[in-house]
Design a protein around this ligand. Structure first.
Ligand code: GDP
Length: 196
């Protein structure tokens, strides 16, 4: 995908503040520090469009971007950030679920997981919501550059097994292996987006 333009549109907490849903929307979600901003930046070929950050501030909002005047990308708040106050943490579920429920232009949710870690409770919860609301999901297993090829296979299989077990008979989503460091997987993710 040739990126001609990529711009930040706005941040929101409630649907009344979302921009109009004029474009096909792809949302990104995952545990804090999983590499969500790095993935968004890699996909659009910009170093700093999404803030790679260790600060909870903007990461607790729903951030909207417009790519090539054609796709809307949405950076959803991360979860499991230790330094986020309890009240903010409790707000995560309602904020994200409201977004998923009330966004007709949403076409795809990309759930990002660290290839080295087992799925967290929130990862499972998200997949259940996506199934429940019939929203297409794509799992991106990131940071594969941190493991050997054989370890990548072992970990990917383990994650798939755990998701299958935890998914209560709903099929686990397709997944793509990715590294922000090498760019591996980037074209596959764009192909998935464009095929929708
Ligand atoms: P976010 O909190 O989910 O947005 O995570 P960031 O994108 O800010 O990344 C968190 C940390 O992981 C940063 O230090 C990144 O440089 C690092 N990181 C992200 N993606 C990768 C990857 O694919 N490979 C490696 N080696 N490091 C990564």
């Amino acid at each position: 995908m040739k990126i001609l333009s990529a711009e930040f549109i706005k941040s929101a907490t409630a649907p009344s503040h979302y921009p109009e849903g004029l474009f096909s929307e792809v949302a990104f979600v995952g545990r804090s520090n999983v590499g969500k901003s790095s993935l968004i930046n890699a996909l659009v070929g910009r170093k700093n469009l999404a803030k790679t950050s260790n600060t909870p501030g903007r990461t607790q909002l729903v951030n909207f971007f417009l790519i090539n005047h054609r796709y809307s990308f949405v950076d959803l708040p991360g979860y499991g950030f230790a330094r986020v106050p309890e009240a903010v943490r409790r707000n995560w579920g309602p904020m994200v679920e409201t977004y998923l429920k009330e966004r007709p232009s949403l076409r795809l949710v990309i759930l990002i997981m660290d290839i080295r870690r087992d799925p967290a409770a929130h990862d499972m919860e998200l997949l259940r919501w996506l199934n429940h609301y019939h929203i297409q999901a794509l799992l991106v297993l990131t940071k594969i550059d941190k493991l050997s090829k054989s370890q990548v296979r072992i970990h990917a299989r383990r994650i798939a097994e755990m998701l299958t077990k935890g998914a209560e008979s709903t099929p686990p989503p397709s997944f793509i292996l990715f590294s922000a460091r090498t760019g591996e997987g980037k074209d596959a993710i764009w192909s998935f987006i464009e095929a929708l």
